[in-house]
Design a protein around this ligand. Structure first.
Ligand code: FES
Length: 118
């Protein structure tokens, strides 16, 4: 049975290319950090774990975008990810993507639905 949608935040907490919102999920039987951002008007969410080394991406809480507000950047060694799908764009992620999470924007709120298995 699918888990019930879980509230992450109010929709207006996520501005396009602005700071993300951190939250936690159950992942592999453990609590794990995750985040949601808004990119080109749509909300995307990922496990907050770099594909290079299992580090959180944000150097300042909620800061996931590069200075241009276009790509997601890991603060540790600079891996770049496509904000729309988590694909590795360059750097030490070496082709490995972020773990995508399913989210829904509904009635002015953002909900977590589960890990995107494919
Ligand atoms: S830990 Fe993210 S680029 Fe190395």
């Amino acid at each position: 049975m699918a888990a019930a949608p879980r509230l992450i935040c109010e929709a207006d907490a996520l501005r396009d290319a602005g700071d993300g919102v951190r939250f936690e999920i159950d992942y592999g039987g453990e609590r794990a950090p995750a985040f949601a951002v808004r990119h080109d008007g749509r909300v995307h969410a990922y496990l907050n774990r770099c594909a290079h080394v299992a580090m959180e991406l944000d150097w300042r809480e909620g800061q996931f975008f590069d200075f241009a507000g276009r790509d997601l950047i890991c603060s540790t060694h600079g891996a770049a990810y496509d904000a729309a799908n988590g694909r590795c764009l360059g750097g030490p992620c070496a082709g490995k993507p972020l773990v995508r999470l399913r989210v829904e924007e509904r009635d002015g709120r953002i909900y977590y639905l589960g890990v995107d298995d494919g």
